[in-house]
Ligand binder design. Structure first.
Ligand code: FE2
Ligand code: FE2
Length: 357
């Protein structure tokens, strides 16, 4: 399959808007996506600075974290620490893939700076709760960093979709450890801890922001490349695994502890990750997604575009176009705030082949 060029390799004069609206060329669609990603990244960064600029070391009362967590909770915290320990790989590998895109590559750096805080915060949580001694943690870190995380997908579109579901899964992990810390999980009442509760809530809020960014970015791709994006969703969900799974020496212990604590497992993945993501893409179920893609693929059109009406039954096109328009309204409002709207505003350009709404 001809994969997404991201951003276009060259800017063709004929592609410059306004263009007769029969078909948007691939190169023009790529430019529109790139422009939308850049605007979204600028909006995100400003908001991140204003609302989530928290301090890893001074922002929490580390001396007063619970020092008697159950072995299960200790193992879960250690696992969170381990997963976030590969931030340098998560950033550098993805950065290499999307380096030609201003919006995506700069976002990756910003995102990495937030993920790096998570790694250090979980390190503090593990150390101050006496879950591991400093020597044990140093040795564990050494073991982790001997290995290198590799990209789960080698094209930007699949990687984007993988990240949507991965961020949602991470957010869910931290919301659930927050429930333990709030004393709301049966069997884990003794693990109640206000410090851990604040940590979990703070990091889960970052993860929610990440999830939203990637989700909005994915819907933007879906608007201009519906079939390719639906296929990427199908592939990613089918092969999904949390990052670092193959790298952590104690992955099995972590997985079992997370399962036992009701933090994460196959049930949570199906119900709180896949089903939630699907709802936000307007997809009914895995079955309907698969069936819709198959039907759409039966009669490919010569332009590689979606003339086949089956595609519109695969998801909710009205919902997606509304979401995308909302995204543009949001970034345009932001550009108004600092005057970019007068200099070089970001415009929504309709995809003429989108189902009429
Ligand atoms: Fe994180
Ligand atoms: Fe994240």
């Amino acid at each position: 399959m001809d994969t997404l060029i991201y951003p276009p390799r060259e800017i063709i004069e004929a592609d410059r808007p306004p263009r007769p609206a029969a078909l948007l060329s691939k190169s023009y669609r790529d430019r529109l996506i790139e422009r939308g990603m850049l605007a979204l990244y600028r909006w995100y960064t400003s908001r991140s600075q204003e609302t989530r600029n928290w301090n890893v070391d001074l922002g929490f009362d580390w001396r007063n974290i619970n020092q008697n967590f159950s072995p299960t909770t200790k193992q879960v915290l250690k696992g969170f620490f381990a997963v976030e320990q590969y931030v340098p790989d998560y950033v550098s590998k993805a950065l290499d893939l999307v380096r030609r895109s201003h919006g995506r590559s700069h976002f990756q750096i910003r995102w990495g700076s937030e993920e790096e805080k998570h790694a250090d915060t979980w390190e503090n949580a593990v150390l101050f709760s006496r879950s591991q001694t400093p020597d044990q943690l140093e040795e564990y870190k050494f073991q982790l960093r001997k290995k290198e995380w590799e990209l789960p997908w080698e094209d930007p579109l699949h990687l984007l979709l993988y990240t949507v579901f991965q961020e949602r899964a991470t957010q869910l992990n931290y919301i659930n450890i927050g429930k333990i810390a709030a004393g709301q999980k049966a069997g884990f009442e003794a693990d109640k801890c206000d410090v851990l509760s604040k940590v979990a809530l703070t990091i889960a809020t970052d993860e929610a922001a990440h999830y939203n960014f990637f989700l909005e970015a994915a819907r933007l791709h879906m608007y201009y490349y519906p079939l390719e994006t639906l296929e990427a969703i199908r592939d990613v969900v089918e092969h999904f695994a949390m990052p670092a799974q193959a790298l952590m020496p104690d992955w099995r212990e972590f997985f079992e502890a997370a399962y036992k604590a009701g933090v994460y497992g196959p049930r949570e993945y199906a119900r709180d990750v896949v089903a939630v993501g699907f709802k936000q893409f307007g997809i009914e179920s895995r079955k309907s997604l698969e069936a819709g893609i198959l039907k759409t693929r039966l009669i490919p059109d010569e332009e590689g575009q979606m003339r086949n009406s089956a595609i519109w039954e695969t998801f909710d096109p009205d919902g997606i176009v509304e979401d995308v328009k909302r995204l543009y309204a949001k970034v345009q409002g932001f550009e108004d705030k600092y005057g970019m709207s007068e200099l070089d505003p970001t415009h929504f350009v309709e995809n003429p082949l989108w189902k009429a709404v």
